[in-house]
Design a protein around this ligand. Structure first.
Ligand SMILES: *C/C=C(C)/C=C/C=C(C)/C=C/C1=C(C)CCCC1(C)C
Length: 239
């Protein structure tokens, strides 16, 4: 594989295209969140910092995933899951930071983090070792159970209850971020179901690389969108 091939984007290859644009979009978002941090009220500063870290970590992973894909033509499963294992717990930290004023506890934060790590480790096992076997559905289903636990926590459980009792901006922020978890995060299991052998009752709809397209779109929506929602609330909440 020569240097030029690693750098060129095939116009007919949306996976290659989204790896490049994904990298640039994550990078630019980080610069934006970190600079804008100085313009929001103090209580929102940590939230904007974490938003900048999430897109920053993703930018570095996209840089490497893009090269890996360009050089090998294969899906960068390990890099993908390392990225998620760092950034998804940071999204849990966002929920914690927002509800902290309303009584959010470290116990709630840990429940969310443990559930998200379980979700990702189980999904990784399914995708890295059993993607071409029927039993991949079992790993996907176990991972899905952890996902539903997180959905429940932010929709009806501890996080939602705290937000409802706090009202105002906390409630607004949590209900907006909850929609990302319920709708935006659901993009990922759709990619997994369609892209693994056991996912859709033994029918494989997507090949590994099309799964990357689904995941790249999901990441842009969830990481940048999540940060922008927090930013919009923070900037509207004047000192
Ligand atoms: C920035 C990255 C994010 C928000 C990644 C989120 C990933 C998920 C919600 C993945 C979920 C999965 C399932 C619920 C079942 C199948 C396996 C996974 C890991 C794709």
């Amino acid at each position: 594989m020569d240097f030029l091939e690693v750098l060129s984007i095939d116009p007919a290859d949306p996976v290659s295209f989204t790896f490049f644009t994904g990298y640039m979009a994550m990078f630019a978002s980080s610069v934006f969140f970190l600079f804008e941090r100085s313009r929001v009220a103090d209580e929102w500063k940590s939230s904007l910092l974490v938003s900048g870290l999430i897109t920053g970590i993703a930018a570095v992973h996209y840089y490497y995933m893009r090269d890996y894909y360009q050089a090998t033509g294969e899906t960068p499963i390990a890099l993908r899951y390392i990225d998620w294992t760092l950034t998804v717990p940071l999204m849990c930290v966002e929920f914690y930071l927002i509800t902290k004023k309303a009584g959010g506890t470290a116990a709630i934060l840990w429940k969310l983090i443990l559930a998200s790590v379980a979700m990702l480790v189980l999904g990784y096992i399914g995708e890295a070792f059993y993607a071409n076997e029927t039993q991949s559905w079992v790993w996907g289903a176990l991972s899905g159970a952890a996902y539903f636990y997180i959905v429940w926590m932010v929709w009806k459980g501890d996080v939602a209850q705290l937000a409802n009792s706090a009202g105002g901006n906390v409630q607004k922020a949590v209900s907006a971020l909850m929609k990302f978890v319920v709708i935006g995060w659901a993009i990922y299991p759709i990619g997994y179901i369609a892209g693994t052998e056991g996912g859709l009752f033994g029918m494989r709809v997507l090949e590994g690389l099309d799964m990357d397209l689904v995941y790249n779109i999901g990441d842009a929506v969830n990481k940048i969108g999540f940060g922008l929602v927090i930013y919009a609330l923070a900037i509207g909440d004047k000192k």
